[in-house]
Design a protein around this ligand. Structure first.
Ligand code: SF4
Ligand code: SF4
Length: 305
């Protein structure tokens, strides 16, 4: 019988995914990577939080003895919502990876069930999926701390699993793309100075952290930097490793004049049920819907000034 690892990898590739295995015993390398993160990025609270979160999820609470990690990547579609206001139409991007990908997840689950030949898999939580992708050789970090997959750039979804599939004893060191050595476009494009000389970005200065949360935005964030319905695209959109997508391939949700008015006038708690339903049906997850009205107003404001 062919090795399960090969069967799974080939089945993933045939279905348009990329997958890579990492021996579970490389947890020691993961521990080391987290310790290095703390050492190299002193004073960055988000790094400390990630490490604390990791420690609280070890050992993993799964019903089998893990032998490997399996990391799977697939391209993620960007999207946008178009508002119609009295004076113009305004397209507001939604960065890739935010839209719900339930059908894709289901497809992946079914494929793994079939290919794994009775071996077990369980979603991996508590460890950075980007880190697992890099250690497995599936991707490399960019200066912006986002994981890049060869040929697909950073617009990818990553899913990691614990498995009891034995795998080759092979892993990679934490690597940054060679292209970043002679480039700092993302650092210069970052509107809040979150990308600095350190190896991790300062997540507390990242726009994403703040516009995903329902808390009031800190005063130090300039009012003209808002551009996305959720998160921020600046450090990925200008990266030469990402190919610009043809306009026709961008998933678009058009809101009519009255829906646009309702969105811009709403409080998080007051979004009209039909409008919330429409956003949900488009794949916008609940936590984004909760911030959609405020963030859309911020983008309108930034485009006015
Ligand atoms: S913009 Fe340049 S430095 Fe930043 S991730 Fe892309 S290639 Fe690397
Ligand atoms: S997502 Fe935006 S704010 Fe965060 S590091 Fe990238 S450019 Fe800076």
């Amino acid at each position: 019988m062919r090795q399960v690892q090969s069967v799974v990898s080939e089945s993933l590739a045939a279905a348009g995914y990329r997958g890579a295995f990492l021996p579970y015993r490389d947890l020691t390398q993961i521990v080391q990577a987290y310790e290095d993160l703390v050492r190299l990025n002193p004073g960055i609270q988000s790094v400390q939080d990630a490490v604390t979160f990791f420690r609280s999820h070890q050992p993993p609470d799964i019903p089998f003895e893990p032998l490997s990690f399996l990391v799977v990547a697939y391209p993620a579609s960007p999207a946008r919502i178009v508002l119609e206001t009295e004076s113009r139409r305004l397209a507001i991007p939604i960065p890739p990876t935010y839209l719900d990908d339930n059908p894709e997840r289901q497809r992946l689950r079914e494929l793994l069930e079939q290919a794994a030949q009775g071996c077990k898999t369980a979603p991996c939580r508590g460890i950075s999926q980007k880190l697992l992708a890099v250690l497995s050789g599936l991707g490399q970090y960019g200066r912006n701390n986002i994981c890049y997959v060869d040929g697909w750039g950073s617009y990818v979804n990553l899913k990691a699993f614990y498995t009891d599939i034995p795998c080759a004893d092979k892993s990679y060191p934490v690597r940054f793309m060679d292209a970043c050595q002679a480039c700092d476009l993302c650092r210069r494009s970052c509107p809040t100075g979150a990308i600095g000389a350190q190896t991790a970005i300062d997540a507390n200065r990242c726009l994403t952290l703040h516009n995903e949360s329902g808390q009031p935005l800190p005063d130090w964030i300039p009012s003209d930097v808002h551009h996305a319905l959720i998160g921020c695209l600046r450090c990925q959109a200008g990266c030469p490793q990402n190919q610009p997508l043809p306009d026709k391939d961008i998933q678009t949700l058009e809101l009519g004049a009255s829906e646009s008015r309702d969105l811009l006038a709403a409080d998080a708690t007051e979004l009209a049920p039909e409008l919330a339903l429409k956003l949900r049906a488009f794949g916008i997850p609940e936590f984004c819907i909760a911030q959609a009205a405020r963030n859309a107003r911020l983008v309108m404001g930034a485009n006015r000034s």
